[in-house]
Design a binder for this molecule. Sequence first.
Ligand code: AVJ
Length: 323
Amino acid sequence: PPAAIPVQVHLTDADIDAALVADVRAGLTAAPKHLPPKWFYDARGSELFEEITALPEYYPTRTERAVLAAAADTIAASTGMQTLVELGSGSSEKTRLLLDAGVRAGTLTTYVPQDVSVSALQGAVDELTVAYPALSVEGIASDFSDLSVSIPDRPGRTVAFLGGTLGNLTPAERAGFLTGIADALRPGEHLLIGVGLVVDESIVVPAYDDAQGVTAAFNKNVLSVIDGRLHADFDPDAFDHVALWDAENEWIEMRLRAQRAMTVHVADLDLEVEFAEGEEMRTEISAKFRVEGITEELVAAGFDVTRVFTDTDDRFAVVLATR
Ligand code: AVJ
């Protein structure tokens, strides 16, 4: 096999620490308190997320995989993709469907997986370099929102943002992010985006509140991350996992609810935080979309929506947009 191209690292531990410090200070001193979902994903959190994707209740991952499997050749043909850039590639497991289709079509030469986790990225790059000897695989470790490094200049790009992660952004953040992607692309280049669709509450809530408690452990893990990295003394067991459907905003909101009044110390921030009994802190929004809504957002950002692929139950959409 060809020698692996080392992952390009565009964020240092110092950058990550500075971002964590700023996010935790802002979130724990706000009313109501909140923490951004990006800090779920240390090694343990990434492992728990992988477990979530295999749960019977968590339909998004397997549904998106089925949609991609059915649509991959059509996507390859209609994009003529030469370069596939994947934002937040993680393990790149579902992406193989697109890589296979791009290779079958004879157009794809380059895969650029981007992720915030250097270790996940290095593992994926090593495996893909062996599995796809004809492709050049160039890993980029960065914050996905840093689009000038996350979307390098290469010919014939299709940018993929899969898994429904767009739903973790607020509507205003989404608008800025989608516009930034449009600005990074040339006319005729593509964006492929996976989004969860609005489904009945009886389907979506269990997906974020599973019977085995894996999602609860994933949610509470963010407190262990803060304990470990900022020398805080959160007791994750003193919080309950909450997942609720916000029907007005059409998003799932995950929260952590304090079981009792307590004071938490965050040594590295020289911060003391009071929690009242029953106080809830938001840890994630996971917005679900309607095809008309995501189409409007993409058009507002400067894209044409070329194709919308969905599963037969209309639970998940893969949207192909063209700059
Ligand atoms: C990885 C952001 C797509 O929002 O469904 C899973 C994360 N949170 N269970 C999602 C998650 C709770 C997931 N994304």
